[in-house]
Design a protein around this ligand. Structure first.
Ligand code: ZN
Length: 377
């Protein structure tokens, strides 16, 4: 049913259209053109102004042929660097990047699959629910597009993000919530050689505090990390300040709150006990995703995967995605694996077979939802 040549050609065209984060404009134009050709209404939001960049998020409304609720699919338009001037090459059973760039199957495999599914629905005149396709910007910069998207524009109650590694059939049902934590320690500057006793070294105080802090894996669900440290003014000046950036993640909100409290308290107490001052800033980056294997959004994906001969597998992940924000907006959303491999490296590739399975899976989910929602009970 899937037209492999059409899918492959479109995928290559998509990856060869540059769209590094903040410069998704060209890809947005291409997508708007494709969807308008297919008779769909597209709408760009004002995220470009909020996030900075040349494109907003693109929402596509695909009228259903069934009188049911609608279903949302989400993919991100942006890629990481080096991602400009991509040349794709089909080599044996896979698609690779021919040059010194990433391929961009993250997340253009998803976009290609969503478009191919729509082509098949049209071509075969298959009955389907109303669909909403959302293409976000700057996902790679910390879910920036989905963070500012107004989800009240979407009617769907259930959604699928296609943006996970792993074989098609793999369904991410759990992902962590995350806090960014920034500590600034204030000591006192003094000449390091003439009057060190008049100073208070912020770097040393920070080091003492860090030495007694929890770090790394806390438990099966919770992790924390200090990622960067910067401070001081010059070799011969007692460091007046020092800044540390870190994070904490957990699959459970209460554990995140608990480890964050502990990180703040331990740090603050140690710094103050050493006579310095500290400012702590906590930013909640994204909420957790926690789907029940028995709930509808998961059930539909499992049934769809089985219907096309894929082995469904429910997994948990340690990272956030647009699915975190979709769930946070109250829309039940699973993140589906697309088969993208070695992403964010120049070795990135995707198997042609997986790309085809992505399109088959999108189509199968639409079919399952259509069937379930029109069943007379
Ligand atoms: Zn991605």
């Amino acid at each position: 049913m899937i037209n492999e040549q059409r899918l492959l050609q479109r995928f290559i065209r998509l990856v060869e259209t540059d769209s590094p984060s903040g410069q998704e404009g060209k890809l947005r134009d291409l997508l708007a053109e494709e969807f308008e050709r297919l008779g769909c209404r597209t709408m760009e939001d004002g995220a470009a102004d909020l996030v900075g960049g040349d494109s907003g998020n693109l929402l596509v409304n695909i009228p259903g042929t069934l009188d049911t609720e609608s279903l949302l699919f989400v993919a991100h338009m942006d890629t990481v660097q080096p991602g400009t001037g991509v040349k794709a090459l089909v080599e044996g059973d896979r698609i690779i990047s021919a040059g010194p760039t990433i391929l961009g199957s993250d997340d253009k495999a998803a976009i290609a699959a969503m478009l191919e599914a729509l082509e098949v629905l049209r071509e075969r005149k298959l009955p389907h629910p109303p669909l909403e396709y959302l293409f976000t910007i700057s996902e790679e910069q910390g879910l920036m597009g989905s963070k500012v998207f107004d989800f009240t524009r979407v009617k769907a109650r259930l959604a699928y993000v296609l943006d996970s590694g792993g074989e098609p059939g793999c369904i991410v049902v759990r992902s962590p919530c995350q806090n960014e934590i920034e500590y600034t320690v204030y000591g006192k500057a003094a000449h390091a050689g003439i009057s060190p006793e008049q100073g208070l070294n912020a770097i040393q105080v920070a080091a003492k505090a860090l030495a007694v802090m929890p770090c790394g894996r806390i438990d099966a669900q919770t992790t924390c990390n200090f990622g960067t440290i910067e401070g001081g003014v010059a070799r011969n000046i007692v460091a007046p300040s020092c800044r540390i950036k870190g994070e904490a993640r957990s699959l459970q909100r209460e554990y995140l709150d608990k480890i964050t409290d502990e990180l703040v308290q331990t740090f603050t107490n140690t710094v103050e006990a050493n006579g310095a001052q500290v400012e702590v800033e906590i930013k909640f980056l994204y909420p957790e995703m926690k789907l029940d294997p028995a709930e509808e959004v998961v059930e539909l994906a499992i049934a769809a995967a089985q219907s096309i001969g894929l082995a469904p597998q429910l997994v948990s992940t340690g990272g956030g995605s647009d699915a975190s924000m979709v769930n946070g907006a109250g829309i039940r959303c699973a993140n589906l694996a697309t088969g993208m491999n070695s992403v964010h490296t120049t070795d990135e590739y995707i198997l042609v077979k997986d790309l085809v399975d992505d399109a088959r899976l999108v189509l199968a989910i639409i079919e399952q939802a259509g069937r379930k929602w029109t069943q007379v009970v």
